[in-house]
Write a protein that binds this ligand. Structure first.
Ligand SMILES: [Zn+2]
Length: 313
């Protein structure tokens, strides 16, 4: 790298190869690259935005461990704001009929753009709940969590009420690390680490533990020998999953296409994205401002999907 732009790099590399796999610090970088090269581009992580290939590995691991996906109850745990893997995973889980409880460190909740996307599914709704009956696990009474579930199941839960997690079995907990390189600060006020005691509390007695790795301190090493610690198996299954993805993208195997494509967004002319981590604000890239809106949704940047950083026309 000698200071050239992403655009020039992918134009050159894209002319040499059959497909491009891109990891980049700017949100929307893979979408930008896909516009500049004629072959397939696989998003291997774009800033704090998305990590769809990790999600394929996560879904496969979850299905291997639990036998199915529909109807599962999964806790997302840790940094859900800067941890891009949970942004992609939450969307996929809701598509698969999974109920999610998003338990985040303070100020690291799932971003609005992800939650809005989850609620675009007409069968799903969300409620903030408290987990005060888990005080002995979390060592605090004020832990709030976002429950994203099929509406029929949500009706039984009061807004802001205690969720009664003690009466439910959590099928899997997906733990993420604090993303220091993406701006998450280590406040020391965070959630407790996952240890043996955590996993023997009533709702977590049968819970499978997933983590996209690398781990920092959020899972105690004593958990590694627990047969429910699935994170190393999850990492190993990433190899066949990514092999299949590469073969599919290269046209060597035929896999089912998505059943439902989203409607094309209506452009919002004149609005611009103020997110400093977005590809449109990445120096030298020349990615054009593109803001759009879909039915029953708010305008957002089409690169990073942020709605809170938009500047009005
Ligand atoms: Zn943007």
């Amino acid at each position: 790298v000698k200071g050239e732009t992403l655009a020039d790099t992918v134009r050159i590399v894209g002319s040499y190869v059959d497909l491009v796999v891109l990891r980049h610090p700017a949100a929307g970088a893979a979408r930008w690259a896909a516009r500049l090269v004629s072959g397939p581009v696989i998003n291997a992580g774009d800033g704090s935005h998305e990590h769809p290939t990790q999600t394929l590995c996560d879904l496969y691991a979850l299905r291997r461990e639990r036998g199915h996906l529909a109807g599962l109850f999964v806790v997302l745990y840790g940094d859900l704001r800067f941890g891009r893997t949970t942004h992609s995973l939450a969307r996929a889980l809701v598509r698969m009929g999974v109920t999610i409880l998003a338990v985040a460190d303070a100020e690291l909740e799932l971003p609005d753009f992800v939650v809005r996307d989850l609620l675009r599914n007409p069968a799903y709704g969300s409620k903030w709940v408290t987990l005060d009956d888990l005080e002995d696990v979390f060592h605090r009474r004020d832990v709030r969590a976002l429950l994203v579930a099929p509406k029929v199941a949500l009706d039984a839960v009061g807004e802001g009420a205690g969720f009664g997690l003690r009466d439910r079995a959590v099928d899997a907990i997906y733990v993420t690390r604090l993303q220091k390189e993406r701006g998450a600060g280590g406040t020391g006020r965070g959630l407790p680490i996952l240890d043996h005691r955590f996993l023997t509390s009533p709702p977590f007695r049968e819970t499978v533990v997933l983590h996209p790795l690398p781990r920092v301190k959020e899972i105690a090493p004593e958990v590694d020998t627990n047969p429910r610690a699935a994170y190393f198996r999850q990492a190993a299954w990433g190899v066949p999953i990514r092999m299949a993805l590469l073969l599919w993208a290269a046209g060597a195997v035929d896999l089912p296409r998505p059943l439902h494509a989203l409607p094309a967004p209506e452009p919002v002319f004149g609005a611009s994205c103020g997110n400093p981590s977005c590809i449109v604000n990445h120096p030298g890239e020349m990615a054009p401002q593109e803001v759009g809106t879909r039915p029953d949704d708010v305008p957002r940047c089409l690169w990073c999907e942020e709605e809170t950083t938009l500047r009005a026309p």
